[in-house]
Design a protein around this ligand. Sequence first.
Ligand SMILES: Nc1nc2c(c(=O)[nH]1)N[C@H]1C(S)=C(S)[C@@H](COP(=O)(O)O)O[C@H]1N2
Ligand SMILES: [Mo]
Length: 411
Amino acid sequence: MRVANATQQATRRRLLGAGLSGLGVLWAPAALADASVRLPLPGGPDTRRLTDAFPGKKDMILQRTRPPLLETPFSVFDEGVFTPVDRFYVRWHWADIPTQVDAGSHLMTVDGHVRRRLQLKLADLMRDFEHVEIAAVNQCSGNSRGFFLPRVPGAQWGNGAMGNARWVGVRLRDVLDAAGVRPGAVAVQFEGADRPVLSGAPNLRKSLAVDHARDGEVMIAWQMNGQALPLLNGFPFRLVVPGWYATYWIKALQQIRVLDSADQDFWMRHAYRVPDNWPRADMVPGQRDVAMVPIGRMVPRAFITHPGPGATVRAGRAVPVRGIAFGGDAAVHAVELSTDGGRSWRAAQLGRDEGRYGFRQWHAQLSLARGAHTLTVRCRNTRGLTQPLKPNWNPGGLMRTVAETMAVSAV
Ligand SMILES: Nc1nc2c(c(=O)[nH]1)N[C@H]1C(S)=C(S)[C@@H](COP(=O)(O)O)O[C@H]1N2
Ligand SMILES: [Mo]
């Protein structure tokens, strides 16, 4: 989609005016906890601290301070289909993250198996390439890891390591074409401006197959939901890989390398790997000789955002139930609800379609008899893939999907 020139101008003015030199705020780890929110996880604490101590963010669940891991409180997903920028989750691997970025001088290099090495600034991207806009869910591969049983190490996220935004930027394909990908190219590798704290530790580098990188959907974005990216979400620009887990969505993009052989780097060969049985990514704890592959396409998920867990509703009356769903690497086809543990299902009404890679709101009216009930919700995508009733398990705590349940009582 061609974004009107006025929008481009407005974007540029906003970036030049407000955020061009980054937010430039250094945070102090003192006074991190302001309030708390309920987030019960198996074997974990019931409540989590909320923090306002990070630039551009408010009321976030503090998972870790260095590097910052901030989770979106789940109630935010009931408020709208797009996740507000200041409530959007944050995840970094290494503590040495950019705390100040001058978008006027931040350079991204495109090199490797290309005809011309390019060095591009934000202004070059904005001026030289067609602008595109896409709504897409950014979901951490480890979203919901805290619900894995048996438990697995890693950030103990609830369901809030995800968010939906409208991203504005340019097609990666157009940038690669400007550099001229040479015949024999196999993959394209991405690296951001953050660095490991220990020398010799592997910096986060992720790669996509060259055809995927050139599919016209993968983009370099400088704007989310009409605002410049906050420093913590990758200012001045980041990769957006619609339908794929966020580990590929490299922030503060600094290096694009076109490779003429498979990516042998640590982060592709040893990390973010799942059992090779997509869409399940499932195995038995302790199982040996499981073939593992790099995580890739997302799978469908649906969540109830209202009523909340443990809510009391009126018996025998129409109770509004609503939530969000996304189809993974395809659009949402249907959202279904069950009140009998998955024996029978009824379709929910879908909200406005904002694009196949984004959240889709849904709602239904249920009438419940007096007593305790478990509501179950599942999403089916346009590829015909439906969420299972039993959760998957793998040692990385990655790619969780299961028909979600919610206990309510009707009185
Ligand atoms: N430069 C850089 N980009 C990165 C990462 C990182 O550590 N460094 N982490 C990735 C992972 S694993 C996730 S889940 C997303 C999180 O994106 P967000 O912080 O904007 O929500 O960023 C991805 N991009
Ligand atoms: Mo992640």
